[in-house]
Ligand binder design. Structure first.
Ligand code: NAD
Length: 248
């Protein structure tokens, strides 16, 4: 049986990478899926691809998660949403003394404020009815990234863990579960922005992972789907690490 039959899910940043793999997995498990991404064309293409592969209703909504009014507009027009996956994120790579105000603020706006706005606006619509929210943190929320430095990214990914725990406690009585997934280095475009095209950097990252490899987006999607599904009904306020042993 499809565990997500009859459910509607919104996945931010799902035009590509981890979000696209999550959208695909949720649709394959029977959910109607809304892909919300700032890349409008890519989101539309991804939605039609996933609709044809899974046979489910998959639609695209252009959305900048930093735009409070746009987020609340989407929450209003989407009808009852059961699952929200806050996956949109960017990485900024700079030694701290070179980090500009603009880059710092943009990282906070997308990774942290975007997650907060999505939780607040969709949480409003889930109140009393219940739902499952999964926020995408990172191993960077637990450990300093190195050899490269991501001060803004690391700070936001740690903050997402705090936000997740607070909302889990605050909304447990409303039937809303709030969990986080902390992926390890995963094979997506975001790594290119922070040095993956340099073979030495890539080798250094892999050498810090006991499994000696990057995670695949499909592996992250599996654990996100678990936290989104009714079978994890007892789990809230949890951070599920999927990192090949990096934080072990
Ligand atoms: P990616 O760059 O392939 O995908 C990020 C997506 O977010 C893109 O589709 C992009 O258009 C979208 N996005 C960016 N800004 C947005 C905004 N303002 N509003 C809406 N959408 C926006 O990267 P990914 O690796 O798939 O990253 C997905 C999530 O996983 C991020 O939160 C990232 O921090 C997290 N993560 C990734 C890794 C990794 O190694 N790949 C590790 C840990 C955590």
């Amino acid at each position: 049986m499809n565990p997500l039959n009859g459910k509607t899910a919104v996945v931010t940043g799902a035009a590509q990478g981890i979000g696209a793999a999550v959208a695909r997995k949720l649709a394959a498990q029977g959910a109607r899926v809304i892909i919300a991404d700032v890349q409008a064309d890519a989101a539309r293409e991804r939605a039609s691809e996933l609709a044809s592969v899974t046979g489910m209703e998959v639609t695209a909504e252009p959305l900048d998660v930093t735009d409070s009014r746009a987020v609340s507009g989407l929450a209003e027009k989407s009808g009852p949403v059961d699952i929200v996956i806050n996956n949109a994120g960017i990485a900024t790579n700079a030694p701290t003394l070179d980090m500009t105000d603009e880059a710092w603020q943009r990282t906070l706006d997308i990774n942290l404020t975007g997650t907060f706005l999505m939780c607040r606006e969709f949480g409003r619509t889930m109140r009393g009815r219940g739902g499952a929210i999964v926020n995408i943190s990172s191993i960077a929320g637990f450990k300093a990234t190195r050899p490269e430095v991501h001060v803004g990214y690391d700070a936001t990914k740690a903050a997402i863990i705090g936000l997740t725990r607070t909302l889990a406690a605050e909304w447990a009585g409303e039937g809303i579960r709030v969990n986080a997934v902390a992926p390890g280095y995963a094979n997506t475009d975001i790594l290119k922005a922070v040095g993956a095209e340099n073979p030495e950097t890539l080798a250094q990252w892999k050498s810090q992972v006991p499994q000696g490899r990057l995670m695949e987006p499909t592996e992250i999607a599996e654990v996100v789907a678990f936290l989104a599904a009714p079978s994890s009904s007892a789990v809230t306020g949890h951070v599920l690490v999927a990192d090949g042993g990096y934080t072990a």
